[in-house]
Design a protein around this ligand. Structure first.
Ligand SMILES: NC(=O)c1ccc[n+]([C@@H]2O[C@H](COP(=O)([O-])OP(=O)(O)OC[C@H]3O[C@@H](n4cnc5c(N)ncnc54)[C@H](OP(=O)(O)O)[C@@H]3O)[C@@H](O)[C@H]2O)c1
Length: 248
């Protein structure tokens, strides 16, 4: 049987139960990795995904639950490292996304910075020794709006800009043993809940993307997989956005 590219490796994906996170989990698993699916509220989806992956390959999917805003990240990382006595790949995917306009809201400000920027930083530092031992890698999910801010989403844009800079900073600080990169998605899956768009807003957005369509979660997972495997690539922010930054 041919050896899969990531066989023998273990990956943690934060926010891995649904949407883009779940596509990343599937892609890493298909490439042969054992996957640790982190979730907060999506217990059912996380359990269903792990069950399906374990049916495909026994003992290949594990679960860890933690609130990245208020939880004990050190305890979370201990549990993560206990599954395979180490870690090869850390994917910081979990994120908050909703408009905050120009209102000052301290609770929201802290939540955005903690979940979108500081939790990835804490997890990266907590995983450093384990990743070093296996010449591991980190991939962060940023956003094209880390560079070009999204109107009404000031706190979100600032938190992703922090994560973008963190990616570059850690690529330098963690070299030469750990590579650190990021994928910057454009419009992939329509936002939910407080960030939901009207049909008119969706049409305007699509009209301004040169590729004239949304990207897919699988296309983001493909980019993550590339960065996780590209041995001479570090400190790169890879936009996957159908030309949206260029505009029409
Ligand atoms: N969707 C897009 O078009 C798009 C565009 C640009 C960038 N991105 C980036 O790509 C990544 C994935 O996007 P997405 O739309 O799939 O993300 P999402 O659905 O908005 O969020 C992913 C997961 O983050 C987790 N999360 C949120 N707050 C948390 C907390 N306090 N503690 C622990 N987990 C928490 C949630 O897990 P639970 O459900 O388990 O609570 C959620 O399912 C994100 O980093 C996002 O910023 C996405």
């Amino acid at each position: 049987m041919t050896k899969l590219p990531l066989s023998g490796q273990t990956a943690l994906v934060t926010g891995g139960a649904r949407r883009i996170g779940a596509a990343i989990v599937r892609a890493l698993h298909t490439a042969g990795a054992k996957v640790i699916i982190h979730y907060h509220h999506s217990h059912e989806q996380a359990t269903a995904l792990a069950t399906q992956l374990n049916e495909e390959r026994a003992y290949s999917a594990f679960l860890v639950s933690a609130d990245l805003q208020r939880g004990d990240l050190s305890a979370m990382m201990q549990q993560v490292l206990s599954y395979d006595n180490g870690l090869d790949i850390l994917i910081n995917n979990a994120s908050l996304f909703y408009p905050t306009y120009l209102d000052w809201n301290e609770t929201a400000a802290q939540a955005f910075m903690q979940v979108n920027a500081f939790a990835p930083y804490q997890l990266s530092l907590l995983a450093k020794v384990a990743l070093e031992k296996r010449q591991g890698t980190i991939v962060n999910l940023v956003d094209i709006h880390a560079e070009k801010p999204l109107r009404d989403y000031g706190l979100y844009s600032q938190s992703k800009a922090a994560l973008r800079q963190q990616t570059l900073s850690l690529a330098k600080e963690f070299a030469p043993h750990i590579r650190v990169n990021a994928v910057a998605p454009g419009a992939i899956l329509w936002p939910e809940d407080k960030a939901v768009l009207t049909e008119d807003q969706k049409a305007v957005l699509l009209k301004n993307i040169p590729s004239e369509r949304l990207g897919t979660a699988e296309e983001i997972a493909e980019a993550v997989l590339y960065l996780a495997s590209a041995g001479y690539v570090t400190g790169v922010i890879l936009p996957v956005e159908g030309g949206r930054l260029l505009g029409k």
